[in-house]
Design a protein around this ligand. Structure first.
Ligand SMILES: [Zn+2]
Length: 395
């Protein structure tokens, strides 16, 4: 019995000595970061060890991204001040970043620190905050009343979006309101084109909008907030497979949710009809044009086309369509399956009915059933008359 116990203890001592991770010899103190938005994060620490340090590794794991490994130099006294360049890094604004150190000692022992984290926030502004159970609204350089209006609009906006996208929001959602597109631009990780006024990052649980101060600010909130919130709901319905869904459907459905329609879109569409510069809906399946005029026309078309599908065929089919794309069906195929008509046919019907393109043909098409009925009804009469006329006359 005793010898057995002694054996276990000996085994443990031996096992302990064999494991190179020995926590007690190294202390990680004053571990923190200092960030300058867009430029760099400085990782700071004081690493104390009885045995001389050989190498220090820093693991940086951005939310939803892969881990980046850096080798860190230290001054002789164990002070770490490692500047990590944020340009071209995988760290996205408003994401959480995990990080930890591994120290290799001259003796060959390796020691890992615990895991630490920080939120990479846009600290160029002094953010004000208001929240309820569903939203946390952030804004700067504006009155509290503006924040309250934004919070109220977010709540009205989600009701509007849920009419088309019936799913509960994974609350709370952070809403960041910038005062201009130029303020917003640096916060967009992939540095989208300069026309981008709003952005949703559903995996991070945030939306960002740009609302210039002025008489239009409430209307802009009523447009942009429901739109971006709709993208969050879409993401939840299709469980993240955004890249499989045609852009015209994502943007069209989001636009339906807007509380205040963009008056420009109608004018843009009328111009495009006049100039015969409408793009086919099929061409908007995978991407939107990058030039400003092209992208506005693409939004206007998507918005109007999805409204047409919604009004003519109902919301259920739009949802089915969304889910077909999640299942991996191609852009025109899913439309054909759900609507029993090709994307080009529906595109054409939309142009005729909503934009007044090719009115004569539409009139002819609308008349066609009556014409056929007319022929069916009258054919026997005509036939009888013809037969009677060709009957040989009897004297
Ligand atoms: Zn959008």
């Amino acid at each position: 019995m005793h010898s057995w116990l002694a054996f276990v203890i000996a085994l443990r001592v031996w096992a302990g000595a064999a494991i190179p991770m020995l926590q007690s010899t190294v202390n990680f103190n004053e571990v923190r970061v200092s960030q300058e938005f867009e430029h760099s994060v400085v990782f700071l620490a004081h690493i104390q060890s009885e045995i001389e340090l050989d190498t220090i590794y820093l693991f940086i794991q951005p939310e939803g991204g892969s881990t980046d490994l850096q080798t860190v130099n230290t001054s002789g006294n164990g002070e770490v001040a490692y500047e990590y360049n944020l340009q071209d890094s995988a760290i996205r604004p408003f994401s959480k970043v995990d990080y930890w150190y591994r120290v290799v000692l001259k003796s060959g022992l390796q020691v890992d620190s615990q895991h630490y984290s920080f939120d990479y926030i846009d600290n160029r502004f002094d953010w004000q905050t208001l929240s309820d159970n569903t939203f946390i609204v952030h804004w700067y350089n504006r009155e509290l009343a503006f924040g309250q209006y934004a919070l109220n609009t977010a709540n009205t906006g989600i009701q509007s979006a849920q009419a088309y996208l019936p799913v509960d929001l994974n609350a709370p959602l952070d809403v960041y309101i910038y005062n201009s597109i130029s303020d917003l631009q640096p916060a967009l990780h992939d540095k989208e084109s300069t026309w981008v006024a709003g952005h949703a990052a559903p995996d991070l649980g945030i939306v960002m909008v740009s609302i210039p101060t002025g008489p239009e600010q409430n209307l802009e909130l009523e447009r942009q907030l429901p739109h971006e919130i709709a993208h969050i709901l879409q993401y939840q319905i299709i469980q993240g497979s955004f890249e499989q869904v045609p852009v015209w459907l994502l943007e069209g459905t989001a636009t339906l949710s807007e509380l205040y329609p963009n008056a420009e879109y109608q004018r843009i569409l009328e111009n495009a009809v006049q100039n015969q510069s409408l793009e086919s809906i099929q061409s908007l399946c995978t991407t939107f044009p990058q030039d400003t005029a092209g992208v506005y026309l693409a939004y206007a078309e998507s918005s109007s086309f999805v409204r047409f599908l919604h009004q003519k065929y109902g919301n259920e089919r739009l949802l089915e369509l969304l889910k077909s794309y999640q299942a991996g069906i191609g852009c025109p195929d899913a439309v054909q399956n759900i609507y029993g008509a090709s994307l080009d046919q529906l595109d054409y019907r939309w142009q005729q009915e909503y934009l007044g393109v090719d009115k004569e043909r539409l009139a002819a098409e609308n008349l066609a059933p009556y014409l056929i009925l007319f022929i069916i009804v009258l054919a026997p009469v005509i036939f009888t008359l013809l037969v009677q006329r060709t009957q040989p006359k009897h004297a």
